[in-house]
Design a protein around this ligand. Structure first.
Ligand code: PLP
Length: 445
């Protein structure tokens, strides 16, 4: 059966997308414009676009046009689809290590359930004792918290990020971000219609002078940084850089969103940037990376003056995250188990990084001693996307740099998670396979 014209146009567009003529996130021509170019009608083009929407290749928005799907999160955060796959893609703790203590706590709490508040609409931003525990967690890794009342409980760090972006910027505003950043932030900006303003980085993360320059040109509403073990580059800001950035934030009078979800992996405690600009800063942490991503326990510290506004928003959008989960989280923090688990995960990460050195030291690797990830710069003859696709064919899931790019030319690199593969023998096998794949095209001296 011969194909309809709209199907042929859709196939043609699909191959142009694959060839990179229309990169991820880019806008496709308007129906009328493309129809004129192809000598057809706008209705036929509309049908072709509709087919591409159904296939997941593009997304259409009323009044804004059609865009090539970015699949930010699906592409990066790949859940294992089969036992044969080795997952170097997702950033999570080695869950097996935390399971015994979590299982014991859940059992204990369920059998001794007496507190009806855990099943009630609790007040505003969560129960005070849960916020107190959150304050201890954040303080342990560098935040000065003057009172637990400043802390709000959220459904993970992601919920905190989305809430602050929604509340403190408007559609069309610029949001300043590290040039390579966590795709979850890019996804929020995309869905809320915020413009991304990439800021240059070095091995310590965002450059304060580059932020000043871009603030003067584009006037962003806020800057979002991941100062410790940054996702994806593992860049970590030292104290001097943090203070310099705080100065720019104060001078430019913009909001700071400080995502310190990986601070527990730092070799030593480093003061949060928020400490220096407390009234301009939103500080975010969560237990996802040290304890369990599935518990969705996030902590958000807000400027005193903004507390009611943020609480009101959280209440309007999700009312409150599950108190039961925070009961478990608080028991872990108050007993010290959470800090011990975090230290154990950090030790595992350091050991895994040593294994990475053993197999991949011929290549440029960006990471810290105990990072959860490693930013692997590819030899010139390997392109990040084709390396990612070839690795996938061998059952190795890695994340291409394209997913982290907030603007400009993406690095020719992939991010490797060192923690998602539970078994060390499997992890080593994956590293051996990656080394062999890299060597295939490594023509560099
Ligand atoms: C920098 C950063 N922030 C936030 C998150 C999401 O954290 P949560 O699971 O607490 O929502 C991630 C997850 O990968 C991350 O890397």
């Amino acid at each position: 059966m011969s194909k309809h014209k709209y199907q042929l146009i859709a196939a043609q567009l699909r191959s142009l997308i694959d060839l990179g003529k229309y990169p991820q996130g880019s806008k496709l021509p308007a129906h009328r414009e493309l129809a004129k170019e192809l000598g057809t009608t706008a209705v036929t083009v509309a049908k072709a676009y509709q087919l591409l929407v159904e296939q997941g290749s593009i997304e259409s928005f009323v009044g804004r046009g059609s865009y090539v799907s970015s699949q930010y999160l699906q592409g990066v955060i790949r859940a294992q689809q089969s036992d044969k796959q080795l997952n170097f893609s997702i950033l999570q703790p080695c869950l097996q290590q935390n399971m015994p203590v979590l299982k014991q706590l859940f059992k204990q709490k369920i059998s001794a359930l007496e507190n009806p508040q855990l099943f009630d609409y609790s007040e505003n931003s969560g129960l005070l004792e849960h916020r107190r525990a959150g304050a201890s967690w954040c303080a342990q890794y560098g935040l000065e918290v003057s009172s637990p009342e400043q802390l709000i409980l959220t459904n993970g760090a992601q919920n905190a990020l989305a809430s602050i972006i929604a509340l403190y910027s408007n559609q069309g505003d610029y949001i300043a971000l590290e040039a390579q950043t966590y795709p979850g932030i890019l996804a929020i900006c995309k869905y809320l219609g915020r413009k991304v303003l990439p800021i240059a980085m070095d091995e310590q993360g965002m450059l304060p002078e580059a932020l000043t320059e871009q603030c003067e040109i584009c006037k962003p509403s806020m800057v979002i940084v991941v100062p410790s073990q940054q996702n994806p580059t593992a860049a970590t800001m030292g104290q001097v850089r943090r203070e310099a950035l705080a100065k720019v934030i104060a001078q430019q009078d913009i909001w700071l969103v400080e995502d310190e979800i990986y601070a527990f992996l730092n070799t030593e405690k480093i003061a949060a940037i928020s400490n220096f600009v407390a009234e301009k800063a939103f500080y975010i942490s969560s237990l996802s990376k040290a304890i369990s991503p599935g518990m969705r326990c996030g902590y958000l510290r807000v400027p005193q003056s903004q507390y009611s506004k943020v609480v009101d928003y959280i209440r309007a959008t999700l009312w409150l995250p599950s108190p039961f989960m925070f009961e478990i989280a608080s028991a872990m923090i108050d007993s010290g188990n959470a800090f011990r688990a975090a230290a154990q995960q950090k030790k595992t990460a350091a050991h895994r990084q040593q294994l990475v050195t053993r197999y991949l030291s011929a290549y440029k690797l960006q990471r810290q001693r105990s990072s959860y990830s490693c930013w692997l710069h590819l030899p010139a003859n390997w392109q990040a996307d084709s390396f990612t696709a070839s690795a996938k064919k061998q059952g190795l899931l890695v994340s291409s740099a394209a997913y982290f790019n907030s603007g400009g030319q993406a690095a020719n690199a992939v991010r490797l998670s060192v923690m998602a593969i539970a078994d060390e023998v499997d992890f080593i096998q994956g590293l051996e396979q990656l080394a062999a794949l890299l060597a295939l095209h490594n023509t560099e001296p």
